[in-house]
Every structure is written in C-alpha cells, then in structure tokens.
Design a protein around this ligand. Structure first.
Ligand SMILES: O=P(O)(O)O[C@H]1O[C@H](CO)[C@@H](O)[C@H]1O
Ligand SMILES: O=c1cc[nH]c(=O)[nH]1
Length: 291
C-alpha cells in the first residue's frame, strides 16, 4: 500500500520534508555532526563538493574524498532530531518516492557521527576521542518503536537494577554500535566506552546553574556502571537513538566523540575546533583505509 501524504511528506520539488534532499543527493556513507557549522568543517577536507543543500538546522554537503563519495549532514541537537534525520535518510535510500512503496531491494547506509561530549570518568583527558561501543538512552525515543530485537536487553537489565531510577520515571534502553564499524574506527588513538545519551544539556546531564537537581548522585551512579569491558565514559545527546534507529532500519552506525568537558575535574577544552578537526581527519583516514 502506498505510504500516505501525511506520513511520507515530500516538498513541491519532490525532496523529503525536513532534509530537503532528493534520493540521488546522498551517498551511502554518511557523516553526521550536531553543529551545522561542522558540516563545512568536514567538507573542507573533501577533494570536491557536488551538492550543498539546507533547511532549518539540516545542512548537507555531498562530495568526494580520495575517490569515495561521502555525505555530511548536520542533525542539530538531540534525539528528537535524530528521529527525523534517520527516518528521512532511510526513506531517501529505501522508499520509492514515485510509488510511495518501500523498495524490495534495500540499500544499507553507513552512518558515522563526529560529535562532542563530556566525560564522566576523571581519567579521560580533555580533547581525547571516545568511540561509543554502546549507547544508553536516558531519553525515551526508542521506547516509541518496537525495538526489543535491537536492544541489548542484558545490559539494560543490569543498568536498570544498578540505577534504580524507576522512581524518577527513567527506564534507560541500551543499543550496541555496529561491530564492523567499531573495528574499522578503533585504534590506540581512541578510547572505547559506553556513552549515555540524554534529552538535555543541563539537568539531564547533571549540570546545575540555578535550578536544583532531582537525582543527587546522577554522575556517580552512571560512572560506577560497567558492562563487559567498558564503563560508562561520557554523556552527550544523540548516540543511543542513532544506534537504535540504524539497527532497526538495517543500517550500520558508530559514534565518535571529542571530549570537550571533563565533568569530575570541571575542565573544558580551550581548543575545541582544533580537536574536532583532529577527529574529522582521523575518521576520514579510517574510512578510506577500511571501506
Ligand atoms: O557537538 P554535537 O555533535 O552537537 O554533540 C554534542 O553537543 C551538543 C550540546 O552542546 C549536543 O548535540 C551533544 O551531543
Ligand atoms: O558536556 C557535554 C559536552 C558536549 N556535549 C554534551 O552533550 N555534553
């Protein structure tokens, strides 16, 4: 049955509603960044840029880097935006916009986040890199999808028992990164860890400026949890939902983050742009060497 006009929304030029893109505009390798200005920071490394489009906070550049076609797209902040970006990217790849039917032969995408984050372990240096082996969702996005088959239910159970946050109506979900992409982007330059994703930057990451917080031992509870080889290392706002929605759609996803803040030591990077540049170069190098 064709997907209705109110569900798959196309603009008058045939492009998808929020991303403003046509199916041919995207590569199958996609870098996502939160900050729209970071799109330029990535594409400045490309040998050529064939397409630049934007709408709202969603800027896309598609080009070639050492012979590989790559798209870089800004998601803006938060898992609510990840819901839009991942559903619309999948639609671009796997729904026929003319018939409004899901295509029989699916195209898998590789989606790599180059983001920024705050460490919750004191020994993770500012400006270092963390690769999220798993994402823990303190947000609620994945609870709206039938996602049991892609969640790490064993980790979820152990985590929920450890946190005891049902009293605050918080029931985290957990999803692992794509194993092959973890291998491709691993090296001694990047630390693997479990990333906790939440729906805000202040209270939801245990920050207080003027408002008192409800969970007094928020960081300690998260930082004292580990599963398998990794503790929870860092907090940011996209990874858990990326992993969930990528897996549900049959895509591969991995999240790489520069540590800009160390919450226990209360430090913040003084060279954020440069450190992000370093992670972009690292990610592009790994992409070319391995895919
Ligand atoms: O730098 P980006 O990729 O946006 O990532 C981090 O920075 C934003 C908050 O400042 C959130 O999106 C968080 O996940
Ligand atoms: O502490 C931080 C730093 C960057 N991004 C976040 O979401 N949190």
């Amino acid at each position: 049955m064709p997907i209705g006009d109110s569900e798959l929304i196309l603009n008058p030029d045939g492009s998808i509603y929020h991303l403003n893109l046509l199916p041919e505009d995207i590569a199958t390798t996609i870098i996502t960044v939160g900050d729209p200005n970071r799109v330029r920071q990535v594409s400045k490394f490309f040998d050529s840029i064939e397409l630049q489009k934007e709408k709202r906070e969603f800027i896309t550049h598609t080009g070639h880097y050492q012979g590989k076609r790559i798209s870089v797209i800004s998601t803006g902040i938060g898992t609510d935006n990840i819901d839009i970006v991942f559903n619309e990217l999948d639609a671009l790849a796997n729904i026929d916009f003319k018939t409004r039917e899901v295509k029989e032969k699916k195209i898998p995408l590789d989606i790599i986040r180059i983001g920024t984050s705050g460490a919750i372990q004191p020994d993770i240096p500012i400006d270092s890199f963390v690769l999220s082996a798993s994402g823990i969702g303190l947000d609620s996005l994945l609870h709206f999808y039938d996602a049991g088959q892609v969640r790490n239910l064993e980790m979820e159970k152990k985590l929920n028992d450890h946190l005891g946050w049902k009293q605050y109506n918080i029931t985290p979900y957990a999803v692992d990164a794509d194993e092959n992409l973890v291998e491709i982007f691993s090296s001694n330059r990047i630390q693997l860890g479990i990333t906790a994703t939440n729906s805000g930057f202040y209270g939801p990451q245990g920050r207080t400026l003027r408002l008192p917080l409800r969970i007094p031992d928020f960081h300690d509870k998260l930082a004292s949890f580990s599963f398998g080889k990794h503790p929870i290392t860092n907090l940011e706002m996209e990874t858990s939902s990326m992993y969930g929605l990528a897996k549900l759609h049959g895509h591969r996803s991995v999240s790489l983050n520069v540590i800009l803040a160390n919450r226990p030591t209360r430090e913040f990077s003084k060279q954020g742009y440069k450190s992000i540049d370093n992670l972009i170069e690292y990610a592009l190098e790994k992409l070319i060497a391995n895919t």
